[in-house]
Design a protein around this ligand. Structure first.
Ligand SMILES: [Zn+2]
Length: 309
C-alpha cells in the first residue's frame, strides 16, 4: 500500500511526505474519520514509506520491506488488536513495549500501530504513556479511530492529529476510471459513496479478486502481486483454498486440451509441471502444513517454471 494508491486526502499525504523528506517525522500520529474514508489505508501507506528500504514514492517498489508490509508480515510493523473482551489490555502493551526496545529486524524504524485506538482502556493507555512520550529511537506510533473525541486525551495530546474529510465526488470517480472502471459505472459508484472511497471500492474489489484468481492472471502477475494473492488466500478456509487450486488445475488441463497451436506446444511442459505441482500442493493443504508457506512456494515455482520451459 503506497501513497499513490490512496484516493483523496492529498493535503495530508503532502504533509506526511514532506515530514519524511525533511527528516521531521514525529513520534506519534492519529488519523481519524468514518469507516471507509481511508484512514487505515493512509496509516498503512505511511508505514510502508517509513519502513521502505528505498525510501521511495515508487508504488511498484518491491523491496523486502514493502512486500512484507503489503502481506501483513513485517517484523517491524507491530499491530495491536483488541484481545478477548474487545479492549486492548495492559498485558498486551507490556509485551509490546518490551519489543519496541529491541532493535528493528528489517527496517531502520519500528512502527507500533493501533488500528482501533478507541478500544484502549485508560489503564492500558496509562501503562505506556511514558514510552509514547519518549519512544526508543526510530519508533513511530500510529493510531486510527473513527473520531478523535473517542481517544483518551492523554494519547491524543501526544499525537499529530489528522482528520480525514469526505473525498470530493470527482476525485473518487477519476480514481475508479484509472483503475479501469467504465466512466458510467465509476460515476454511479462515486455518487453512491458519500465521499467514502472504501465504500466506492467495496463492490469493485470483489470483482477484481474473482478475476485475479484465474490461472491466466496468476501466471502473468508479478511476484509482488502473487504475494498479495497469497495473503488473501491465507485468510480463507483451507476448503476454499483447495477450491481455488482445483479451479487452477481445471484451467491448466483445459489449456493442455485446447488444441495444437505452436505457442501452446511450447507451453505444454510448463502446464504439465504446473499440474504436478498443484497435485503436491493440494495434498499438502489437505494435511496440516503451514498454508502461507505452501502457497508462496507454489507461486515461486510458477515464476521459475515459466522461465525454465
Ligand atoms: Zn520499498
Amino acid at each position: 500500500m503506497h501513497f499513490s494508491d490512496i484516493i483523496g486526502h492529498k493535503e495530508i499525504i503532502r504533509s506526511l511526505k514532506s515530514a519524511i523528506d525533511e527528516g521531521k517525522v514525529g513520534h506519534a500520529y492519529l488519523f481519524t474519520g468514518p469507516a471507509g474514508i481511508g484512514k487505515k489505508t493512509l496509516a498503512k501507506a505511511f508505514a510502508t514509506r517509513l519502513l521502505c528500504h528505498e525510501n521511495t514514492a515508487n508504488p511498484d517498489c518491491s523491496c523486502p520491506s514493502c512486500i512484507r508490509v503489503e502481506t501483513d508480515n513485517h517484523p517491524d510493523l507491530i499491530t495491536i488488536l483488541p484481545a478477548a473482551g474487545n479492549s486492548i489490555k495492559i498485558d498486551q502493551l507490556r509485551q509490546i513495549q518490551r519489543e519496541l526496545f529491541y532493535r528493528s529486524l528489517l527496517s531502520e524504524r519500528k512502527i507500533c500501530y493501533f488500528p482501533n485506538a478507541e478500544l484502549l482502556t485508560e489503564a492500558a493507555a496509562n501503562s505506556f504513556l511514558k514510552t509514547l512520550e519518549e519512544p526508543p529511537p526510530g519508533v513511530v506510533f500510529l493510531f486510527t479511530a473513527v473520531r478523535s473525541d473517542l481517544i483518551l486525551p492523554t494519547i491524543r495530546s501526544r499525537c499529530q492529529v489528522y482528520q480525514l474529510f469526505p473525498v470530493p465526488y470527482n476525485e473518487i470517480a477519476d480514481a475508479l476510471v484509472k483503475k479501469g472502471v467504465g466512466p458510467s459505472e465509476a460515476s454511479e459508484l462515486a455518487g453512491l459513496s458519500q465521499g467514502l472511497p472504501g465504500k466506492a471500492l467495496s463492490g469493485l474489489h470483489k470483482d477484481q479478486a474473482e478475476q485475479l484468481l484465474g490461472l491466466d492472471e496468476v501466471l502473468s502477475s508479478s511476484l509482488l502481486d502473487l504475494f498479495k494473492i497469497a495473503n488473501e488466500l491465507e485468510k480463507k478456509e483451507r476448503r476454499e483454498v483447495l477450491g481455488v487450486f482445483k479451479k487452477w488445475e481445471r484451467q491448466a488441463r483445459q489449456e493442455l486440451l485446447r488444441g495444437s497451436g505452436s505457442e501452446l506446444r511450447s507451453r505444454v511442459n510448463e502446464f504439465i509441471l504446473i499440474l504436478e505441482k498443484i497435485g503436491q500442493v493440494t495434498a499438502m493443504i489437505e494435511s496440516n502444513v503451514n498454508l502461507r508457506l505452501v502457497i508462496e512456494e507454489f507461486f515461486l515455482t510458477l515464476k521459475t517454471t515459466g522461465k525454465n520451459c
